[in-house]
Design a protein around this ligand. Sequence first.
Ligand code: NOJ
Length: 567
Amino acid sequence: MTALLPSAVAAPATTGRRTVSGMDPDPGWWRDAVVYQIYPRSFADGDGDGIGDLLGIRSRLPYLADLGVDAVWLSPFYPSPLADGGYDVVDHRDVDPRLGTLDEFDDLVADAHALGVRVIVDVVPNHTSDRHPWFLEALASPRGSRARGRYVFRDGTGPDGAQPPSDWRSHFGGSAWQPVGDGQWYLHLFAREQPDLNWDQDEVREDFLTTLRFWADRGVDGFRVDVAHALAKDLRHPLRSQPHLDTRLPLDGSDPLYDREEVHEIYRSWRQVLDEYDPPRMAVGETWTPTNPRTYLYSRPDELGQVFDFSLLKAQWGAASFRDVVTRSLAEQLAVGGAPTWVLSSHDVPRHATRYGLPPGTDLDAWLAGDGRAVPLDAEVAARRARAATLLMLALPGSAYLYQGEELGLLEVADLPADRLQDPVYERTGHALKGRDGCRVPIPWTAHERAFGFGDGEPWLPQPEWFADFAASTQEGRADSSLELYRRAIAQRRTLRRPDPVRWLDQVDPEVLHLARGDWHCVVSFADRDHEVDGELLLTSDRAGEQDVRTADGFVLRPETAAWFRR
Ligand code: NOJ
């Protein structure tokens, strides 16, 4: 394969697009960064076993530096049976042998830093794998033992304890309780293979502080915290009824499972550890709940500093909904002193280009369950809107979290064969939901090589033929490609960033959003007709390119395009 270029990594001075003299020394770099999420199994396979790995990631660092990202966030690469794609961790302080070694991790961090790219790793504190030594010990130990106390074991209810201890449901379908055969059941908010830890135990708390130190000592720059809002649970007897998961949170911290007040104390203790480092390590929490004012509390400066705001991702394509989301999110963040975050795609949701290319109101779960055949996707609309949304996201203050492949304009793979699906959601919902594999298909790097340059082996998920059209090599150097748009936008963002707050300006048409930070303006058209805008055009998402849309005093903003300009 042609992907491996470790020698290119060794000489970091120039990326061709920007000159790198080491990393930005600003300890607050993460407040306004472009962070690129890598789902390691699906990014690049360096050893040809069909599973992406650290060697593969290392080989692609020059590509990422060239893209201009400030940091990469690595989804879990720890030893794991992969019951939930690595979010079922056996050892939080090691590397899965299929993905590499600790030495290779150190090399990756060194190379990334030499290229000016920081490294964020995932911490998965709510649960472990059911093969974690602690859980194996718990299974082999009697009820009431210290080993069982690290998890959430309870006696069953009903005659003979044959019923689960409560009505709590797993996020992936079915009961959140699994019997172990001696009358006791253990809690798993996700898959059966992911038993929940008991954060009332000091040993559990201490162990995660050790994990934070372990990776911070190895030079990682920050942490993404999985299911950050679920650690503190009300486990008093009797367990309170809560059958609806976190979709209808009471919003006062009184839910037995999610977003309790006590959880914030945990992150205050984490912040103390993260601040022992120079520069202090950043952290970003994942709280996948309906976004509400409490969401932002995790980003308080004495806690994580940042929390994912998924409201842009959840917003329907439309001027009013996008503007509402941005306005609310900025205000809420400001109120707590945290740094804003923006996300359009991740490894957990159908890719945003696909979402935008389907008619409004399409039930995505049903669409995927039908292999994407029920409703046709308009690929032109998908690309147009995705490009415009990118310019909006990158114009906003705060950090933009990109998901691997979105810079290629990649679409969801909707028709993965059922017998290849690996997301536990598929089995746990009795095949009603297909799950998240469609956004996890290995990345197409080149159009004509085996596995589109992903690696020499058979990829763990099959790639469709149309991936050739999206391959990085196909887009490289093509001015109208998605990849080149991302490169240019990220590079320009670096120089255009202003400390000024966002100002909304009125356009004649309410279907055109117009915001400015100082003299840097961004317009996004949700309208169905052209608009003339005055100003010095810097960048357009319009595939026609700047030359074609420029006018004497400004430029033409065509439907579903966005532009950056100075005025
Ligand atoms: C959130 C992660 O993003 C998702 O992929 C995972 O399945 C759950 N947390 C459980 O760890």
